[in-house]
Design a binder for this molecule. Structure first.
Ligand code: FAD
Length: 621
């Protein structure tokens, strides 16, 4: 076995797979070590990718040359574009995947990469001497020399599982935890914390009476990858909506005294936005019902996932409560719901490239940075993998800015603000929402991917071709005028006021009720003029550009102003203690986080506008 690699990636979850694939595709010799190679990119919780904010991240990963979007498309069994009733900035793709196939497909993709090597083992110690990365030691007695390490251990570091009063060690149910690494890193000087997450019971779909539930059919179209050759294969299964009731809540309350959450057994902080069912019943005690989504787990299994019913109550309470839900009277549980506590590292210890500030060439990505979610993990993974490669090869590192993408927003939030609860991405975290939409992720990320060598010539020329067509279409729409006779039948059909004289198409398109695609299809004369525009993605992007032009321009101006402070650099090792005119809190935070620009300093909680003025006078001089 080769025992020297450019980069060793520890952990084959969503972060690790993206990191390893990116670094290897860029040309590094990469070893991906994971505890179980049959569980690569395992979906520990719900078998779904995307959603609000998360869907945008997956499209960004795809556009820069990652795999999560492609693997999702290849294993999709249900797709929906969320928030289509809201503005384009909020549209978010979400797909239900076949859980087993998702992992199998990821492995297939990784096995196609020449200089990526897989190994089933556990890394138990890092070889770091005088803050220099040298290699990793594994449980089987292997030692691998390396220049850079990417840690992506997920929920496995000192993982502790809870079901009622029962607690046992595990990284996920049925899997061992990873021990030793957190202690070593703590000794080196890293700040380590504890977080918690939970998951609902998986149930036997044959034991559910679907006639009592509300069916949610899949959208006919939609996918994540910008690559047209990636097709969705399994777009066919429905989801179902169910509801809890007061009897369910009464049953759940019987288990509260044995709840590890309420008894104080669980010390880690859980995801506020994804509370357990017992948390919801306890906090929103006046609510008589909570909505649940019953989601298929795969194409070839009857196992189903009950979204919204995450629980660590005793198993008999979980079963009895489930049986009181309409349609679930005869339910059978395949796997119990549980909670898990695990170690994470405060992400303020990292730079924007996800490299540790304490130990150079040591990168952290995914759940161990205090985030939650596959998409957040994958988004960090690809950036850590790219940067590990760039640094090892002495190239300029890649930092994604907040106005470029959700990945940039997330990483900037993590490294400047830190976390005190599991961090997940929301559209509300972004200040440039209309600039960083799901439809234009390729416009923002594909040129970046091409410039570093992760996007191929062929993909880049396809991208350029698409954007040429978008420019042609937007130009045509802004210049073309229509006669009342041409357009009024369409306007009448959708109850939009008719026009009395010739009008620019663009002005009609500004009306919120107008859909460009619908208008083209309805109107034969228009269709003939726009006939070469045959692709939905092009129509969607051009329409958004015209409809939201005013907002887009405003955000661009705001982004330029905002960017000014990102260019005023600060020496990260600057000694703030002698700055008497800074508040004590600002001095402490700036010394701890070591921002590299005034922009970063400005986003650190506790650093006030007057502190920034002091810094500006000094550094902006
Ligand atoms: C019970 C549970 C419930 C969850 N609920 C939600 C939820 O409701 N919503 C949500 O968004 N997310 C949820 N998640 C989180 C989601 O699963 C993670 O955010 C995501 O999987 C993180 O990806 P990752 O790559 O960081 O780590 P993981 O997916 O956890 O992967 C870590 C990988 O590293 C490997 N590994 C660990 N240590 C070592 C080592 N020392 N040596 C070698 N290999 C190692 C493991 O085998 C594993 O393959 C939940 C997770 C769990 C376990």
């Amino acid at each position: 076995m080769i025992n020297r690699y450019d980069i060793v990636v520890v952990g084959g979850g969503h972060a690790g797979c993206e990191a390893a694939a990116a670094a290897a595709n860029l040309g590094s010799q990469v070893l991906l070590i994971s505890m179980d190679l049959t569980k690569l990119a395992q979906m520990s919780c719900n078998p779904a990718i995307g959603g609000v904010g998360k869907g945008q991240i997956v499209r960004e990963i795809d556009a820069i040359g990652g795999y999560t979007g492609k693997v999702t498309d290849l294993t999709t069994i249900h797709f929906r574009m969320l928030n289509t009733s809201k503005g384009a900035a909020m549209w978010s793709p979400r797909a239900q995947c076949d859980r087993m196939m998702f992992s199998v497909e990821w492995r297939k993709q990784l096995e196609k990469i020449d200089n990526l090597f897989l190994l089933q083992d556990e890394v138990i110690k890092l070889d770091i001497s005088r803050n220099k990365v040298k290699g990793v030691f594994t449980k089987s007695g292997n030692y691998f020399e390396t220049q850079a390490i990417v840690l992506t251990n997920g929920t496995f570091l000192n993982g502790l599982i809870h079901i009622g009063k029962t607690s046992f060690e595990g990284g996920r149910i049925g899997e061992l935890p990873s021990k030793g690494l957190s202690d070593q890193l703590r000794e080196i000087g890293f700040e380590v914390g504890r977080m918690k997450t939970g998951t609902p019971a998986r149930i036997d779909g044959r034991s559910v009476d679907f006639s009592k539930l509300i069916e949610q059919k899949t959208d006919q179209k939609g996918k994540f990858s910008f690559n047209k050759e990636v097709k969705t294969l399994l777009n066919q299964k429905s989801c179902f909506i169910a509801h809890t009731n007061k009897y369910v809540h009464e049953e759940l309350k019987k288990g509260f005294s044995d709840s590890p959450l309420f008894s104080g057994t669980i010390k880690g902080v859980g995801p506020r936005y994804c509370p357990s069912i017992e948390d919801k019943v306890h906090t929103f005690w006046q609510k008589e019902s909570h909505q649940l989504f019953l989601e298929p787990d795969g194409d070839s299994t009857y196992e189903m996932y009950l979204n919204g019913f995450s629980s660590s109550l005793p198993i008999d309470i979980q079963t009895n409560a489930l049986k009181l839900i309409e349609g679930f009277e005869n339910v059978r549980i395949l796997r119990p719901g549980y909670a898990i506590e695990y170690d994470y590292f405060q992400p303020t210890q990292l730079t924007h490239t996800l490299e540790s500030k304490i130990v150079p060439y040591l990168y952290f990505a995914g759940q161990i940075n205090g985030t939650t979610g596959y998409e957040e993990a994958a988004g960090q993974g690809i950036i850590a993998g790219i940067n590990a490669h760039l640094k090892v090869h002495g190239k300029q590192e890649l930092v994604i800015k907040r106005d470029v993408g959700y990945i940039g927003v997330m990483i900037d939030d993590l490294v400047t603000k830190g976390v005190d609860e599991p961090y997940r991405v929301f559209t509300s975290r972004a200040e440039f929402r209309i600039l960083i939409r799901q439809d234009n992720a390729d416009e923002r990320f594909t040129p970046l991917g091409y410039s570093i060598g992760l996007v191929s010539e062929e993909e880049f020329s396809r991208f350029n071709h698409k954007y040429r067509k978008i420019v042609e279409l937007t130009t045509l729409l802004t210049t073309l005028s229509v006669e009342p006779n041409d357009i009024n039948p369409y306007l009448k059909s959708i109850n939009s006021s008719m026009i009395t004289q010739r009008k620019k198409l663009k002005d009609i398109l500004l009306r919120p009720e107008i859909s460009l695609k619908h208008m083209i299809v309805f109107n034969a004369s228009l269709e003939s003029k726009l006939i070469y525009i045959d692709e939905d993605e092009i129509i969607e992007n051009a329409e958004i550009k015209i409809k939201y032009q005013g907002y887009i321009e405003k955000e661009k101006i705001f982004a330029t102003k905002y960017d000014k402070f990102e260019h005023i650099t600060i020496n990260p090792e600057f000694d703030y203690s002698r700055f008497e005119s800074l508040s004590t809190e600002a001095r402490q935070k700036l010394s701890k986080i070591k921002p590299r620009t005034i922009g970063e300093a400005q986003r650190i909680p506790g650093v006030s506008p007057s502190d920034i003025n002091v810094l500006l006078v000094y550094f902006g001089r």
